[in-house]
Design a binder for this molecule. Structure first.
Ligand code: HEM
Length: 252
């Protein structure tokens, strides 16, 4: 029974999450482009946002890069480069730990702002709050793994996670067996991490796909409602203004 649960959660669930992540993002981009944004609340309480957002984003970008390279680079490449498993484990702990703490301070400010500023709370959807709390929980679990990793500095547990992640991406669900005996905090971190992929297309996280490349080149837009046709007596400058406003509806 235990083997079956491990197989479902770490061998099958990742494919469900990845499929929803890719298809869901595609469908949302295709059908709901005006909701494809980070939903900034910058106009309200800016200073706390600046600190919180900057620390959070720098931290999470370093974590993302570390996870991506750390989990998906084949072990043979590290071996060929002469990077030992112990060294890599220390690197994950130190670089990931520093970035994790930055991210933690940032997200704490963001959570505080979103939950305790009445105006921001009112303008936040359930999804805005839920995804923030989900990332918060994931970050706390991630930081918690450091204390377990410190007990196996030879990196053998880390190699299990690399083999698992690479096995999943190369369509080998049987690699789930590697996760059967790892510490529960790793299991919780992996499960929640996959769940973030699952809910990704339904949240403001979709802006991760576009930022920063698309955002930098994007023209601003404002959605306006037409108040009916201009009367025949409208001046030419009124007509030009109306034309400009309506063209601003279309960002591209
Ligand atoms: C599917 C998504 C994710 C997977 C599979 C994953 C996997 C892992 C693994 C295996 C470790 C342990 C590395 C080691 O010590 O050997 C780890 C550590 C960590 N994770 Fe994640 N993680 C995911 C998402 C996240 C997210 C979204 C965050 C932040 C919000 C995060 C934050 C951390 C932190 C701070 C650590 C400790 C430092 C480090 O080792 O980098 N993780 N994660």
């Amino acid at each position: 029974m235990r083997d079956l649960i491990t197989y479902i959660v770490f061998g099958w669930y990742p494919y469900l999450c990845l499929t929803v992540f890719l298809l869901g993002s595609w469908v949302r981009f295709d059908r709901e482009q005006y909701t494809w944004r980070s939903g900034s609340s910058q106009l309200l309480r800016r200073r706390q946002l600046t600190w919180g957002s900057n620390l959070f984003h720098v931290g999470i970008l370093i974590i993302f890069l570390g996870h991506f390279v750390g989990l998906l680079t084949p072990t043979a490449v590290f071996d060929a480069l002469g990077i030992s498993h112990t060294f890599k484990q220390w690197l994950a702990i130190i670089a990931g730990g520093v970035a994790g703490v930055m991210c933690f301070v940032g997200i704490t400010l963001l959570v505080h702002r979103r939950l305790f500023d009445a105006r921001i709370r009112t303008t936040s959807s359930f999804g805005d709050i839920a995804i923030l709390l989900l990332l918060y929980a994931q970050l706390v679990l991630g930081l918690g793994t450091i204390f377990v990793s410190l007990q196996h500095l030879d990196g053998h547990e880390m190699v299990k996670f690399m083999t698992w992640a690479q096995g999943i991406l190369t369509l080998q669900p049987g690699v789930s067996a590697l996760i059967a005996d790892v510490h529960p905090i790793f299991k919780a971190h992996l499960f929640l991490g996959m769940t973030i992929f699952l809910v990704f297309p339904f949240t403001r996280l979709v802006h991760v796909w576009s930022a920063p490349v698309w955002y930098l080149g994007r023209r601003g837009y404002q959605i306006v409602r037409s108040q009916g046709r201009l009367s025949a007596s409208a001046t030419s400058s009124q007509r030009r203004g109306a034309a400009r406003t309506i063209s601003a509806e279309y960002p591209r």
